[in-house]
Design a protein around this ligand. Structure first.
Ligand code: 13P
Length: 328
């Protein structure tokens, strides 16, 4: 019988297949409703399902993707032709991922946010596994400001991420650990380097204390850029690549299976160009790829605009974005 470790290894092998990435299509209900409102649509379960079907059932996405991260709602939904989304993904050979954190809440007596969901995680993971999920994602959020992120938040979040990763691995689910550093703010790229180093060092210390097998774990970080309101923005891809790799080579252990960057509010073109600049550097110790949401989905969602006659055009745009992120 396959042990959880064997199952995770099969999944990690698939998720690290070269020159492909992971699509994050796991926006929370609130975020998804916001995105749909931006294109003038009222959001309900049907609209969300139709949009997710456009992504999941897009012909040939498997040429560019190893997996898709779903929201819990999508995991249990089916297409218009009543085929389970999970079956569609499995038939395409794609790994099924699931967002398992339950969003942010205020950290008491501070302006910072912590991520909820650890207390109910164990039983939810068992259900998600039964549905076919083989990898998971947990997102922490850090805002750079004069006094943030605090040491307190960095410590708490690192412990939570490592604890979550342990629970996933125990159940045969590959964990994606996502410590997102927001690009909002006027901070310099140098400040982001310092903050990233502190966050990732703390995270990997926590992983050691939880005895996490990093060879079966994926890191989903922000690229190192200046704040979006800084005079340095937009940073040239060569600066993003140099800053990111300078810090990552110091603090990300070589045996981390894969680094799949988030796009974080960069434009689709910026995110692709910066990813390519990072990937093009010689002798990277890890697999380096993407796990973008907005930088892949935004143009396609706009084209679709809730109209079934635009599905083909929107899917073509989805493929264009995916291709641009698989340039190597
Ligand atoms: P973005 O690529 O839009 O930043 O989203 C990535 C993600 O999944 C955030 O959790």
């Amino acid at each position: 019988m396959n042990t959880p470790k064997d199952i995770c290894q099969q999944t990690i092998n698939k998720l690290c297949a070269k020159n492909k990435g992971i699509l994050a299509a796991d926006e929370s209900l609130t975020t998804m409703n916001k995105r749909l409102a931006e294109i003038g649509l009222n959001s309900d379960e049907t609209t969300r399902r139709q949009y997710r079907e456009l992504l999941i059932d897009c012909p040939n996405i498997e040429q560019y993707l190893n997996g898709i991260i779903l929201h819990e709602e999508t995991l249990y939904q089916s297409s218009d032709s009543e085929k389970r989304f999970c079956d569609i993904l499995t038939d395409k050979g794609l790994c099924i991922g699931i967002k398992v954190d339950q969003g942010l809440s205020d950290l008491p007596h501070s302006s910072e946010k912590i991520t909820r969901g650890l207390d109910s995680l164990e039983s939810r993971l068992a259900d998600y596994f039964k549905q076919g999920a083989r990898f998971a994602k947990w997102r922490n959020v850090y805002k750079i400001d004069k006094n943030t992120p605090s040491h307190h938040l960095i410590g708490l979040n690192s412990q939570t991420l490592a604890h979550y990763a342990k629970m996933c691995l125990n159940q045969g689910i590959v964990p994606i650990i996502e410590p997102e550093i927001l690009i909002d703010g006027d901070h310099s790229i140098e400040r982001t380097k310092v903050v990233t180093k502190a966050i990732l060092s703390s995270l990997f210390d926590a992983c050691v204390s939880f005895n996490i097998d990093l060879s079966q774990t994926i890191l989903k970080p922000s690229m190192i850029t200046s704040g979006k309101q800084s005079s340095e923005w937009p940073n040239p891809p060569s600066d993003v690549s140099a800053a990111t790799l300078d810090i990552f080579k110091q603090v990300v252990p070589n045996h981390v299976a894969s680094i799949n960057f988030l796009s974080g509010g960069q434009s689709p073109q910026q995110a692709s160009d910066n990813l390519f600049a990072i990937q093009s550097q010689a002798d990277l110790p890890w697999n380096v790829s993407f796990s973008f949401a907005r930088a892949i989905q935004q143009p396609c969602m706009k084209l679709w605009a809730g109209e079934s006659q635009y599905v083909d055009e929107a899917r073509q745009e989805l493929i264009n974005r995916l291709k641009d992120n698989c340039r190597l």
